[in-house]
Write a protein that binds this ligand. Sequence first.
Ligand SMILES: Cc1cc2nc3c(=O)[nH]c(=O)nc-3n(C[C@H](O)[C@H](O)[C@H](O)COP(=O)(O)OP(=O)(O)OC[C@H]3O[C@@H](n4cnc5c(N)ncnc54)[C@H](O)[C@@H]3O)c2cc1C
Length: 434
Amino acid sequence: MNIPKTDLPRVVIIGGGFGGISLAKKLLKLKLQTVLIDKHNYHTFQPLLYQVSTSGLEPDSIAYPLRKIIRSSDCGYFRMAEVTEIDAENQLIHSNIGEISYDYLVIATGSKTNFFGNKSIEENGIWMKTVPQALNIRSLILQNLEQAVITDDPEERKALLNFVIAGAGPTGVELSGAIAELRNNIVAKDYPDLEPSEMEIHLIEGMDRVLPPMSEKSSVKAAKFLKELGVQVHLSTQVKSYDGVLVETNTDVSFRTYTFIWSAGVTGAPVKGLNASALIEKANRYEVNQFNQVNGYSNIFAIGDIAVMESEDFPKGHPMVAQPAIQQGSHLAKNIKNILNNKELEPFKYFDKGTMATVGRNRAVVDLGKINFGGFFAWFVWMFVHLWFLIGFRNRLVTFFNWVYNYVNYDKAARLIIRPYKKPYNKINESQEL
Ligand SMILES: Cc1cc2nc3c(=O)[nH]c(=O)nc-3n(C[C@H](O)[C@H](O)[C@H](O)COP(=O)(O)OP(=O)(O)OC[C@H]3O[C@@H](n4cnc5c(N)ncnc54)[C@H](O)[C@@H]3O)c2cc1C
């Protein structure tokens, strides 16, 4: 990997997500060699991916170059690589660009989309975990609208104008609300040949309420907001299959659609090589102790989505959201410093800063412990928090400007098909090529 040998201890971090960069920023200030590895050369602010998918923001507003973080120290290195295996016995990791040894290894590889073994959804659906995937959704939505304008087959038109989202967690709720706003504010103006009411947005949820991880009150409010925006919510309904055209469920409801977005679950993204006892098989995540040490290893740590730290307050581990990753990253930096100074390790304690989700313009819900609120103030809080945590001053400024512009003009500036999306399996594939 062309990283100079050093007498300093070497910490290798796999993953430049929320956990990885929170840790790296702190380690870069210590007398250490810090090596950050990620398969992308940028950090992705996943909470705003849905705005890229729905033309609200350009992708470069929510991505941040990892080298810009590392360059603050002479002892910091970044390598763009996919780590393929860990050889704990020899303290080595293998990647697609070579191998590197470590004194301390931190696994911060996050999670990936979970299809629960359903091949038809994996092969034919579309999902959103990375910037390229968000751009795929943006292109697909816009391509389908363009196609709907020219088709004279009513069945085909219906499939092109039906947008179906599975999973009413924060991602599904935010996506369906944003697609509804695209219909309500943009389609009517940009596509005079289409009748906006022909465009239907269906949100399918297996549980009996939207936003299952949030309070009942927030669920009720979010469901009301979705209804106001014209999203059709189908509760206690599970998707059985999607063949590229037809979504079948466990009820008698089915949908013809060329846009089926799967946002119904994630699972850990572990790296091959550690002992079986390190991994909680069902969750595909590493079991860690209160110091983030992976079960069975003293110099291998895991943080963020990939780690399950069981405690009295969180018997199944912390929620798979950004805050535990950020807090564990920064806490682990302290513990690595403690190790180097022969001090005792300090247990991690999670500080829950609350949960929120936005449904659209002036509509959001916030749970702060036992307090919950919704509407304009919650939406304002949501925007402030997301701007605050967005990485990079430029990104904050551009995002803020975009939001103000969109708010004032009821517009979404980024509705561009830059890189057309091709579904290899979709039967309208050829005709969709633009
Ligand atoms: C669409 C979406 C919306 C979300 N919305 C919210 C929200 O509103 N609020 C909230 O708190 N949380 C939200 N989350 C969850 C939040 O983004 C995650 O909990 C958080 O990103 C976890 O941080 P992490 O550091 O563990 O992993 P990540 O941020 O996922 O980072 C993992 C990194 O590891 C890299 N990587 C993975 N495997 C390898 C490998 N083998 N080799 C090299 N690099 C590798 C990846 O490229 C990635 O950069 C959302 C997630 C998604 C997908």
